[in-house]
Design a protein around this ligand. Structure first.
Ligand code: CP
Length: 306
């Protein structure tokens, strides 16, 4: 297995690397008892400058399930960044306190700072509106688990494709696979950003930007819904106008294929109605649980533990 030290993007992760993480995650999922002591004596630092439930707690769960320990903070307001300490200095400090770190930060250049100033491995737990690589990895793992493959699937991404950081990370991850057809469904104001579109044009995948899911719902293998993110809109009037653009209800899913799955990185607000949760295609809570296995595999990989 190839070991890596920093995870801040899916752009630079090869298909082989992704597959090796998924293979290890699957082994962990099947036999978690074999991994209970793999990180004995190791410490994971959790450095979260933006709110989180899943990413923070699943990283914590992952390290604890590997026998390691955790330390950290869940808000920049309770760390010395509130007194003006730089990320570079925070990371230098953490190098003396922990063996590996996960950082969620609004600053898009945080990955470059980590690479320059950290001697321990660092993973992005979400970077601004730019990237959420471990979310994309657990999304891909969930798709692979459901279909046994990713090649050849028809996948729609719907919602806030402009500000949602999971979107570029998932798109760049899907681009590593063959013959994937993508439908990008959003209001025109929330289409993917131009630099993301430019990158997609350079990849070997077909993508179509549309605004109505009913045109393609019966062809889809996967529908990946995202929240319209109130906190990312520069103008709250735009948010109010766009927030209810899409709503997935059982009726929306009347004609889906038997093998179809519905994903969402969560949290959701009202873009998927609660009545959908009990449908067999609703995989978003399983998807969140898969995050623990994928993050366990990543911690092992970045710490160089066989
Ligand atoms: N999917 C995700 O990143 O959720 P949190 O913001 O709760 O971590």
């Amino acid at each position: 297995m190839k070991f890596t030290k920093f995870i801040f993007s899916t752009l630079n992760l090869s298909r082989e690397y992704l597959e090796s993480i998924f293979s290890l995650a699957s082994k962990i999922e099947q036999n978690p008892e074999n991994y209970l002591n793999k990180c004995n004596g190791k410490i994971l630092a959790i450095l979260f400058f933006e709110p989180s439930t899943r990413t923070m707690l699943s990283f914590e769960s992952a390290m604890l399930r590997l026998g390691g320990s955790i330390l950290g903070f869940a808000s920049g307001k309770t760390s010395s960044s509130a007194k003006g300490e730089t990320i570079a200095d925070t990371l230098r400090m953490i190098n003396g306190y922990a063996d590996i770190a996960v950082i969620r930060h609004y600053l898009e250049g945080v990955g470059e700072i980590a690479k320059k100033y950290s001697s321990i491995p660092v993973i992005s737990g979400g970077t601004g509106t730019q990237a959420h690589p471990t979310q994309a990895m657990l999304d891909l793992y969930t798709i692979k688990k459901a279909f046994g493959k990713i090649d050849g699937l028809k996948i729609a991404l719907m919602g806030d494709l402009k500000y949602g950081r999971t979107i570029p990370s998932l798109l760049y991850g899907l681009a590593k696979y063959d013959d994937v057809t993508l439908y990008l469904i959003s209001p025109k104001e929330l289409k993917i950003r131009s630099h993301v579109r430019q990158r997609l044009n350079g990849f070997n995948l077909k993508f179509y930007e549309i605004d109505d899911i009913s045109q393609i719902i019966d062809e889809l293998d996967v529908l990946y819904v995202t929240r319209i993110q109130k906190e990312r809109f520069p103008d709250q009037l735009d948010y109010e106008r766009l927030k209810s653009s899409y709503k997935i209800s059982p009726e929306t899913l009347n004609n889906v294929k038997d093998s179809f799955i519905l994903l969402h990185p969560l949290p959701r607000v009202d873009e998927i109605t609660p009545e959908v949760d009990s449908l067999p295609c609703a995989k978003y809570f399983e998807q969140a649980k898969n995050g623990v296995f994928v993050r366990m595999a990543l911690i092992l990989n970045l710490l160089g533990v066989e």
